[in-house]
Design a protein around this ligand. Structure first.
Ligand SMILES: [Zn+2]
Length: 279
């Protein structure tokens, strides 16, 4: 009697195990297909272009050239991972912000990644910062920032919420990453090497791939795994008083960007948004 029962028991456990394993592999497969990006279009936005050089007047390294190079490297990296990739510009041309947003919004399943480099009058200013505006963009911002700031020799200036035009007007998850200060000699030297720009592209791509693994208050599944990316703390710059923002404002905006939006109410968000471009 015992041997037979034991055999049945073993059979039972074996079938349980098979059932478990098949469920597990189906889940894995589903996750893999979700992450491979076959259903996701990544709209890559190389900041500035054409007569809009980016940065501040007199800046040695042209921001528009660095952003385009990183964008093109990111395009290759993501395409190799199976993502559909769309560029808002793929050469040195000026593309209005409205057009960039319209491109992003024409894909319902898109995510929008805008690539910029920072600048400041103070050459010591440096670091990586990542911007988002809409709540649903925070996991993407968190993931991209986690990888870019983690992989860069620059300091971590954290994830920030601010109403830049391309972040505010996009209807898909949208992030703007500032890949370091071109006015900082050390960071500019890094940015001018192809290997570092390649690294930036790969870290941004890792963020795109990992955007669904961000843990934190906004996600429903809080399972902490080795793969999960912590939600990055962020600074809400839409709540900063006008005078303070003026003090801390990096003079990144060019007169070319100032549109006839002065009729807008002088609120922090409206004002930040009307500047509508970071660089
Ligand atoms: Zn820029």
């Amino acid at each position: 009697m015992m041997p037979t029962n034991l055999y049945r028991l073993r059979l039972f456990y074996a079938s349980l195990l098979i059932a478990f394993l098949s469920t597990f592999s189906t889940t894995q497969a589903k996750r893999a297909s979700h992450d491979s990006g076959s259903a996701t279009t990544v709209v890559i936005d190389a900041g500035h272009g054409g007569y809009d050089r980016g940065g501040i007047p007199g800046q040695m390294v042209a921001e528009k050239e660095m952003t385009l190079d990183v964008a093109q490297r990111l395009k290759k990296t993501l395409a190799a991972s199976g993502y559909r990739v769309v560029m808002t510009r793929d050469s040195d041309v000026f593309v209005p912000l409205g057009t960039r947003v319209a491109i992003a919004n024409s894909y319902s399943n898109a995510i929008f990644v805008s690539i910029h480099f920072n600048s400041a009058k103070r050459s010591g200013a440096g670091g990586i910062e990542t911007y988002f505006f809409n709540r649903e963009s925070l996991p993407l911002a968190s993931a991209i920032h986690y990888f870019v700031a983690g992989g860069a020799p620059s300091s971590n200036r954290s994830v920030r919420r601010r109403g830049y035009y391309v972040l505010r007007k996009t209807t898909v998850p949208a992030v703007l990453v500032e890949c370091g200060f071109l006015t900082n000699p050390t960071e500019a030297a890094y940015a001018q090497t192809a290997s570092y720009r390649q690294k930036l592209a790969e870290e941004i791509a890792a963020g795109v791939r990992g955007r669904n693994s961000v843990g934190g208050a906004l996600t429903t599944t809080r399972v902490a795994t080795g793969e999960s990316i912590p939600l990055q703390p962020y600074i809400d710059q839409t709540k900063v008083a006008k005078s303070e923002r003026h003090k801390s404002k990096r003079s990144h905006k060019k007169s070319a960007r100032r549109k006839k939006k002065s009729s807008k109410p002088a609120g922090s968000e409206a004002e930040a948004a009307s500047k509508n471009q970071e660089g």
